[in-house]
Design a protein around this ligand. Structure first.
Ligand code: 0A1
Ligand code: ZN
Length: 865
C-alpha cells in the first residue's frame, strides 16, 4: 500500500471555505439593474447600471463580485471615480450616501469561455448560464441569491448573425441600426437574483403556441432551436403546456408573465436552467422524434421541461437565501416533477424508476467521502453541491413530509409557503415551519433529515410466540465525514402483514413512525404466520434489512398489493442470490427463476411493471451490498443468473418478445410493451441462444423507432457476434450529423459488458467525433465508462489512469464538468487494497496537477481524506 499520509499536494490557490453559520444579510441592496450588452463573440462590452441602497446602518463599502475582469470604467452617480480597489475578485467601492447609481463597464470574450459559465458561445449562438455564480463572469454584481433586483436589458448585435435577441421577462422594443446591427430591449418586472438572469442571441427558429392560464390570461410560448430541429420540438411543447395546467391543478400556481421562452443549446453543463421567463436547455432535454429519441429520452424531456417550469414558483418567485438552502428549490421541485410524471403514466413504475435512480446515485454518495447533508454546512465550490443528495434525497424529504401531512394538509401547507414567502429569498427552515404550522405537527426531530448525512439503516424482524406476532424495528444512522455521532431520526415506514398460507392481508397498511433507536410492535390474534411487507412505496429513503427468507420474498414478489413492495421483494430475492453467487453459491437461482416465471405469466400485471420487476439489479448495486467489491465475481455472478434465467425461461422470453409488432406510438402502454420486449431480448441473448444475434440485428434494422433500435444495438454491443460491428457502423453512418444520437453511439460502447471495453474506450477518445469540449459527449463516453463497474475497475488500474488523464485534460476547459466525473475514483475504500492504492494514486496525481481548478481540487482532496 502506498504511503499517502503527508503527500497531499497544495493547490495553486488558497482553499477558501464558505460556511452556512457565517451567513449575514447583504450590506447593500440593488433594487434596479440596467444591463447594456454590445454583443460580439470576440469582445462583448457590458455596461451595468446598478441602483444601490444601503441595507441597515453600517459603514461597509459596496462589494461587487467579479471573476478577474478589469473594469474599463467605474462611475458613481454619473461621475467617473478611481477610489475603487480590487480585493479577492471583488470590486470594492467606498460610498458616502445611502443610495447611489453605480455604472461599470467591462469587456468579456464569450468565444473563449470554455467553462460554459457566464456568457458563452454554443453552435454559433451566444447564451448565458449564471447559476450558481456565473453572473460575476458577465459583470460586477453582488452575485448572491438574496439580492433581488428588477432587470432591464438592452442587447445590440450583428443582425445577420444574431437575428434573435432574447432575455428575461417581456420584450419592450427593438430596432435596426445603420451598421448592420440591431437592438432589442427586455424588461423583467419580477425582482430576481442574478443567477436567474439570461440572454440569448442567435440564429434560431421558433415553435410557438399559447397557453391560457386559470385566470384567463394568454401566455405566448416559444421553443427556440436551430431551424433544422424545429420538427423535434413538439413533444417538449406539449409537455410544457401539460406542466402549466398541472401546476395550476396540483398546487394552484399560475404563470405570471406574458411570454415563456425556452432555448435549446448543444453545449451545457447540466440539464437545463430555470431563468425567469427564458429557460435555457441542454438540447438533449428538448429535441425528440421517434427516429432519434428513446422512450427514456421522451420521459426525461417531459420531466425536465416540467421541472424547469415548476421552478417559476419553487425557485424564481421564492428563491434561496443562500446556496446552503439549494434543496429548498431543488428538492421541492424534483418532488413536484416526480409527482407530475407519476400522473402522466404508471405511478408505480415511476416510483420504481425514481428509487432505482436514488440508489444508483445518492446512496453511494451518502456512503462515501463526499457525503453531505441535504442542507450542507460548508463548501469550497458551490457547483460541486448540485448533487443527488440535494436534488433526490431532498425530494424524498418533501415526500416524507407530504406523507406525514396527507395530501389535503400538504396542499394547505404549500399554499401557506407560497403565499408567505412569495417574492423573497427563503430557507429550508421556512419551508418546514410552514409544514409544521399548516399540518399542526412537531417536526423538530424530522429536521435531522436536513442536517444529518448518511442513509439510515433499519432492521426489521418478525417473531411469533404463543399467538403473538412481534415486530422489532431498530435504526442506525452511519457516521459520515465530519459527523461521527448521529441521533435517531424519524422514519415513516408504511407496513402491512400478509398471511403466509392464505396470501390474504392480515392487517391494514399502517404508517409507523420509527423515531427511537428501536421499537417493538405487537400484533395479537393473527390467524396464521405473517410475512412482513415494509417500507411500502419506499415511504422512507432508508436501507431496510430483514430476516425474510427466500420463500417469504418469493411470496411477496407474487402477492404484495403494493407494487413497489412487490418489486422490492423481487429485487431482494435477486440480490440475495447474486451476492451468494459472487461467493460461488448458485443455490438461490431456482427461487429467482420461479418468481420471474410467475411474474411473466401473470396476465394482470402491466408490462411496464413486469419489465422492471424481472430486471436484475445492476453490478454496481450488487457491489454496494458487499463489504469489498469484487467486480469480476459480481459480473460473473450476474451473468450466470442472467444465463440461467435466459435458458430456463426461454419460452416465456420468446412469448414476451414475439408480441405483434405495432407502429410506433408514445403512450404508457406502448412504452411498457417496448420495454418488456427489450428486456426479453436481453435475456434471450444472455441465454447464449444461437439465433440471438440474428434476432437483435433484425430488430435493429426493422425498428421504426430509436427505443427498439438502441435496445437492439445495446444487446449487440455486449456480444461477440459479427453483427456487432455492422450494427455500430450502420448506426454511426445513419446519424453522423446528429450529435445527440452520436452520444448514444459512444455511450452504448462505453457501457458494454465485454471484456475489451476499456481498450475500446481508450480507442474511442481518439475518434474524430470525440471532444471533451462538449459536456454531453464527455459524459457519454467518459462518464458512462466510469459507471461501468467491471470495465472501470480493471485489475491493472488502466481504467483509473484513463479517467484521471481525461479529467485533468477536461479540467483545463471545463472544471465543473470535470469535477462531476470524479466521484467513481473516490470509492476506493470499497475495493481491495491493490485497487484502492491505484485509485488513491490517481487521486493524488489529480490533486498535484498544475493549475487545478478549485472544483476538482475539492472533490479530489475530500475523496482522499
Ligand atoms: N437549477 C438547474 C440546475 C443547474 C445548475 C447549475 C447550472 O450551471 C451550469 C445549470 C443548471 C436545475 O435544477 O434544473
Ligand atoms: Zn432544479
Amino acid at each position: 500500500m502506498l504511503d499517502v499520509q503527508n503527500s497531499l499536494a497544495q493547490p495553486a490557490h488558497a482553499v477558501s471555505v464558505t460556511r452556512r453559520e457565517d451567513y449575514a444579510p447583504p450590506a447593500w441592496l440593488v433594487p434596479h439593474t440596467q444591463l447594456d450588452f454590445d454583443l460580439d463573440p470576440a469582445t462583448t462590452r457590458v455596461t451595468a447600471t446598478l441602483s444601490v441602497t444601503r441595507n441597515g446602518a453600517h459603514d461597509t463599502p459596496l462589494r461587487l463580485d467579479g471573476a478577474g475582469q478589469q473594469p474599463v470604467s467605474v462611475t458613481v452617480d454619473g461621475v467617473a471615480v478611481n477610489d475603487w480597489r480590487i480585493e479577492d475578485d471583488q470590486l470594492v467601492i467606498p460610498l458616502a450616501g445611502d443610495a447611489h447609481e453605480i455604472e461599470t463597464v467591462v469587456e468579456i470574450a464569450p468565444e473563449r469561455n470554455t467553462q460554459l459559465m457566464g456568457l458563452y458561445a454554443s453552435g454559433g449562438n451566444l447564451c448565458t448560464q449564471c447559476e450558481a455564480e456565473g453572473f460575476r463572469r458577465i459583470t460586477w454584481f453582488p452575485d448572491r441569491p438574496d439580492v433581488l433586483s428588477r432587470y432591464a436589458v438592452r442587447m445590440t448585435a450583428d443582425k445577420a448573425r444574431y437575428p434573435i435577441l432574447l432575455a428575461n421577462g417581456d420584450p419592450v422594443a427593438q430596432g435596426d441600426l445603420d451598421d448592420g446591427r440591431h437592438w432589442a430591449e427586455w424588461n423583467d418586472p419580477y425582482p430576481k437574483p442574478s443567477y436567474l438572469f439570461a440572454l440569448v442571441a442567435g440564429d434560431l427558429a421558433v415553435n410557438r403556441d399559447t397557453f391560457t392560464t386559470m385566470s384567463g390570461r394568454t401566455v405566448e410560448l416559444g421553443i427556440w432551436v436551430r431551424a433544422a430541429d424545429l420538427a423535434k420540438t413538439e413533444h417538449a411543447l406539449a409537455a410544457l403546456k401539460t406542466s402549466m395546467a398541472w401546476d395550476e391543478r396540483a398546487y394552484g400556481r399560475e404563470y405570471d408573465l406574458d411570454v415563456f421562452n425556452i432555448v435549446a443549446v448543444d453545449d451545457f453543463n447540466f440539464g437545463a436552467m430555470e431563468n425567469k421567463g427564458l429557460n435555457i436547455f441542454n438540447s438533449r432535454y428538448i429535441l425528440a422524434d421517434p427516429d432519434t429519441a428513446t422512450d427514456y429520452d421522451y420521459d426525461a424531456i417531459a420531466a425536465v421541461v416540467a421541472h424547469e417550469y415548476f421552478h417559476n414558483w419553487s425557485g424564481d418567485r421564492i428563491t434561496c437565501r443562500d446556496w446552503f438552502q439549494l434543496s429548498l428549490k431543488e428538492g421541492f421541485t424534483v418532488y413536484r416533477d416526480q409527482s407530475f410524471s407519476a400522473d402522466q403514466g404508471s405511478a408505480a413504475v415511476k416510483r420504481i424508476e425514481d428509487v432505482r435512480g436514488l440508489r444508483a446515485a445518492q446512496f453511494p454518495e451518502d456512503a462515501g467521502p463526499l457525503a453531505h447533508p441535504v442542507r450542507p454546512d460548508s463548501y469550497q465550490e458551490i457547483s460541486n453541491f448540485y448533487t443527488a443528495t440535494i436534488y433526490n434525497k431532498g425530494a424524498e424529504l418533501i415526500r416524507m413530509m407530504a406523507t406525514l401531512l396527507g395530501p389535503v394538509t400538504f396542499r394547505a401547507a404549500t399554499d401557506l409557503y407560497f403565499e408567505r414567502f412569495d417574492g423573497t429569498a427563503a430557507t429550508c427552515e421556512d419551508f418546514v415551519a410552514c409544514m409544521e404550522e399548516a399540518g399542526d405537527v412537531d417536526l423538530t426531530q424530522f429536521r435531522l433529515w436536513y442536517s444529518q448525512a448518511g442513509t439510515p439503516r433499519v432492521s426489521a424482524s418478525l417473531t411469533e410466540r404463543d399467538g403473538r406476532t412481534t415486530l422489532r424495528l431498530a435504526q442506525h444512522v452511519p457516521t459520515t465525514p465530519g459527523q461521527p455521532d448521529k441521533r435517531s431520526m424519524v422514519l415513516p415506514l408504511k407496513l402491512r402483514l400478509f398471511g403466509a398460507e392464505s396470501g390474504r392481508a392480515l392487517t391494514d397498511e399502517r404508517l409507523v413512525l420509527l423515531d427511537q433507536p428501536s421499537e417493538t410492535l405487537v400484533f395479537e390474534g393473527l390467524a396464521e404466520r405473517a410475512v412482513l411487507s415494509i417500507n411500502r412505496g419506499f415511504s422512507a429513503p432508508v436501507i431496510v434489512e430483514t430476516d425474510r427468507t427466500a420463500a417469504d420474498l418469493g411470496f411477496l414478489a407474487r402477492h404484495d398489493d403494493d407494487p413497489f413492495a412487490r418489486y422490492e421483494a423481487m429485487q431482494q430475492l435477486m440480490l440475495d442470490s447474486l451476492v451468494a453467487g459472487a461467493m460461488g453459491d448458485t443455490a438461490g437461482h431456482d427461487a429467482v427463476i420461479a418468481a420471474v416465471s410467475d411474474t411473466l405469466a401473470n396476465p394482470d400485471l402491466d408490462p411496464a411493471f413486469v419489465a422492471e420487476a424481472v430486471l436484475l439489479p445492476s453490478e454496481s448495486f450488487i457491489g454496494d451490498q458487499l463489504a469489498t467489491v469484487d467486480p469480476e465475481a459480481i459480473h460473473a455472478s450476474r451473468e450466470g443468473l442472467r444465463r440461467a434465467l435466459g435458458q430456463r425461461l426461454d419460452d416465456q422470453w420468446r412469448e414476451a418478445y414475439d408480441i405483434a409488432p405495432e407502429a410506433y406510438v408514445y403512450s404508457p402502454q406502448a412504452k411498457g410493451r417496448r420495454r418488456l420486449r427489450s428486456v426479453a431480448l436481453g435475456y434471450i441473448a444472455a441465454s447464449g441462444a444461437g439465433d440471438a444475434a440474428t434476432l437483435a440485428f433484425s430488430q435493429f434494422t426493422a425498428a421504426d423507432n430509436m427505443t427498439d433500435r438502441q435496445g437492439a444495438l445495446a444487446t449487440l454491443a455486449n456480444s461477440d457476434a459479427d453483427e456487432r460491428e455492422a450494427a455500430l457502423d450502420i448506426f454511426y453512418n445513419r446519424y453522423a450529423d446528429n450529435s445527440l444520437v452520436i452520444d448514444k453511439w459512444f455511450q452504448t460502447q462505453a457501457l458494454s459488458s465485454r471484456a475489451d471495453t476499456g481498450a475500446a474506450v481508450a480507442e474511442l477518445v481518439r475518434h474524430p467525433d470525440f471532444t471533451l469540449a462538449n459536456p454531453n459527449r464527455a459524459r457519454a463516453l467518459i462518464g458512462a465508462f466510469a459507471a461501468n463497474q467491471r470495465a472501470f475497475n480493471a485489475a491493472d488500474g488502466s481504467g483509473y489512469r484513463f479517467l484521471a488523464d481525461q479529467l485533468i485534460a477536461l479540467d483545463k476547459l471545463n472544471p465543473q464538468t470535470a469535477a462531476k466525473l470524479l466521484p467513481p475514483l473516490g470509492r476506493w475504500r470499497r475495493f481491495d487494497p491493490a485497487r484502492a492504492a491505484m485509485m488513491r494514486a490517481e487521486l493524488e496525481r489529480i490533486v498535484a496537477a498544475p493549475g487545478l481548478s478549485k472544483d476538482v481540487f475539492e472533490q479530489a482532496s475530500k475523496s482522499l481524506a
